[in-house]
Design a protein around this ligand. Structure first.
Ligand code: IFM
Length: 440
């Protein structure tokens, strides 16, 4: 592919993180426990038996981290709020000290000219709500609406964007479908019902935030991929079609079309969700932006054993196929199927087995990965997709969920023993890249 084209002058360049993965301070200043604290308490759940008690200690080091963000010259920082930090039980009393932290963070970013893009829910449900049934309980959607209202009321005039959820596919399918993520349930029926409650909670939150006189752009972040049949066989093609319906259309259709995709509903059979009369009206709120997280494609093989993706460009340390061309394929397909609002690529990046040598981290593989994906993104934009920004995942190495700290996604290396931050070669490259875009 050619050198990355010039992106529009007002294109937003950013970096992203999430609360549980970096903040630490898991019980400081009145914070309540989240389902991830509970999940990590069982060491069998996390590959390196670690937890989020300290993580990157960002709660105490946010000034240093904001300085790092500013040194990259990016426009925006995408982070999430820990619900149980601002409302320890997920219902009832607010925790002012928790809100104070985000207040300071947003102000510190603004003082450096960095815009805040906040996500309300990046998987860390207050344990208090889990005790009431978690996302399987329809009431949790109402509690989420109250939380969203409060955040928009307090901060809606100082944030550039608020996303309701990050990757609800993961919350439903990894949290409730196969027990890889908190709360560790493996029940297909529950997973589908949870996905409906997450979508409902998105709609309720959108309504609540609009009513709060919020000024930020409002939307949702979905993890998405194209579903490619491994061969031209009928079985592979059918599998790919179903994968697209179950994973991508399942979250897009309710928001943009007010219904679930028929193919997926039929496939779910008795597991199809209970949907109340008004639900689709609530879910189908206009959104100001769609956040798209892109990492890989889905490679659909009905054979036994299934064919594995060819990985012509290799695989990341997560074992994920490097497949940049899937990004324009995905965006162009979405653009054809839906009346899309502006898109932000809210996450893209790679895990790499990085280490510090002589004070530097040579992560050329990550630079190549990002370059290829930006070139691919330009192809989508040339084909008419309205993309407004790109957020590299991640600013820092951090807690990679059930992989613990073993997988490094950061453009800044973190030595967890000392909390020393070392910008990797990719951080220097990204700084130069963004600066060059501005100079053009
Ligand atoms: O680290 C995660 C993030 O929390 C959500 N999107 C995918 C990333 C890499 O796995």
């Amino acid at each position: 592919m050619n050198q990355a084209k010039q992106f529009p002058a007002d294109f937003t360049w950013g970096v992203a993180t999430s609360a549980f993965q970096i903040e630490g301070a898991s019980a400081d200043d009145g914070k309540g426990p989240s389902i991830w604290d509970t999940f990590c308490a069982n060491p069998l759940n996390i590959k390196d038996h670690s937890d989020g008690t300290v993580a990157c200690d960002h709660y105490h080091r946010y000034r240093e981290d904001v300085a790092l963000i500013a040194s990259l010259g990016v426009d925006a920082y995408r982070f999430s709020m820990a619900w149980s930090r601002v409302q320890p039980a997920g219902k009832g009393a607010w925790n002012e000290k928790g809100f104070d932290f985000y207040d300071r963070l947003i102000d510190t970013l603004a003082a450096k000219g960095v815009a805040s893009h906040v996500t309300l829910y990046h998987w860390d449900l207050p344990q208090g709500l889990q005790d009431d049934g978690g996302w399987l309980n329809r009431d949790t959607a109402a509690r989420f609406g109250e939380y969203a209202h409060e955040v928009a009321r307090r901060f809606g005039d100082r944030l550039d964007a608020i996303a309701t959820h990050n990757e609800p596919w993961c919350t439903a399918n990894l949290g409730y479908g196969n027990a890889q993520f908190a709360p560790g349930v493996a029940d297909a029926k529950q997973a589908v019902q949870v996905s409906h409650h997450l979508l409902l909670s998105h709609g309720l939150a959108m309504q609540a935030m609009r009513a709060a006189n919020n000024k930020a752009q409002l939307g949702i972040v979905l993890n998405q991929w194209t579903a490619d049949p491994a061969t031209d066989s009928e079985a592979d093609r059918a599998m790919a079609e179903l994968e697209w319906a179950k994973s991508v259309q399942w979250f897009m259709d309710p928001i943009f079309k007010g219904r679930y995709p028929e193919l997926a509903v039929r496939a779910h059979g008795a597991n199809a969700p209970v949907v109340h009369d008004n639900d689709f009206k609530i879910i189908q709120q206009p959104i100001d932006f769609l956040g798209c997280n892109y990492y890989f494609r889905s490679y659909c093989s009905a054979e036994d054993p299934p064919r594995t993706p060819p990985g012509k460009l290799g695989f990341t340390d997560m074992g994920w196929e490097i497949y940049p061309q899937g990004l324009p394929e995905l965006l162009v397909k979405l653009n054809a199927e839906y009346a899309l609002p502006p898109i932000y690529i809210t996450e893209n990046g790679m895990a790499n087995p990085d280490s510090v040598t002589g004070g530097a981290v040579h992560d050329q593989a990550r630079i190549d990965f990002v370059k290829m994906h930006l070139d691919a993104l330009a192809v989508a934009m040339d084909q008419g997709v309205d993309v407004r920004g790109y957020f590299l995942w991640s600013l820092l190495d951090n807690f990679e969920w059930n992989s613990g700290y073993a997988k490094r996604f950061g453009i800044v290396h973190v030595d967890y023993a000392t909390q020393k931050r070392t910008p990797k070669d990719s951080a220097h490259w990204y700084r130069e890249f963004v600066a060059a875009q501005r100079r053009r």
